[in-house]
Design a protein around this ligand. Sequence first.
Ligand SMILES: [Fe+2]
Length: 303
Amino acid sequence: MDKQAIEALLSKIESTETASGNPRVQAIVNRIVRDLCLTIEELDIQPDEFWSAASYMTEAGRNGEWGLIAAGLGIEHFLDLRMDEAEARQGVSGGTPRTIEGPLYVAGAPESLGSARLDQDEQPGEVLFMGGQVRGADGKPVAGALVEVWQANHLGRYSFFDPSQSPYNLRRSIRTDADGRYRFRSKVPVGYSVPPGGSTDKLLKLLGRHGTRPAHIHFFVTAPGHRKLTTQINIENDPYLWDDFAFATREGLVPEMKKVEDPAALRAREVDAPYYTIEFDFGLHAEKEGLPADHIERAHFQA
Ligand SMILES: [Fe+2]
């Protein structure tokens, strides 16, 4: 198509906008419409291809899969990388790396001081004890920090999204103690894949990609005077550790997991089979003017 004709159409579309609109939305939508028109032109996208894409997006929305699609296309990780760069430009670096939140956080998990048990439902799997310290940029422990933790069960499913689990199973909020310490008992998580036959699965198959995540545990760590940390730790030796469909694995987020078999230790922990331990400290950044928002506004499942 004639380039001038495309420009004329784009100008005409944009000329219908007025000052009563939102300038930010106008700028973004105009850019997206322009890029889409150029994509259609350059790739010679046919009407049936365009409308099948529109149907796909409608279906993905109905399925509530846009969070998964954003992760799977690498966009959520891209937003993390942009945040890293913005912080680095302001001289903020070090600390625990951030990584994607994913679409499965639910607010309001039971809160406790210092320690918690995450697995409230009976489930198979090996026992995991994880703990550590929350520290500020100065390396000092942060007492009263809130460590929100959520993970999947032995089938790779999350409470609330999986109605077979009780509410808040494998979800807790732990306040660090006077020494900035948190600890919890749980089960070693397993990796999981996007819902089979769902919108994300269909798209990934067309791209010749898998939709599997390595085993991981999610965290939000918040404390007054500090930037909120959104991150995950991975379980080492998972076959998908560096092949996460959501691109979320990062150096610094794969702690050593130790197996404990000593009978005296088992008795002390009140477990009847060998268990695993992970020690992991969270390093936060101090709040600073001029940085992008660390509390991300995002719609969550309402418990
Ligand atoms: Fe997850």
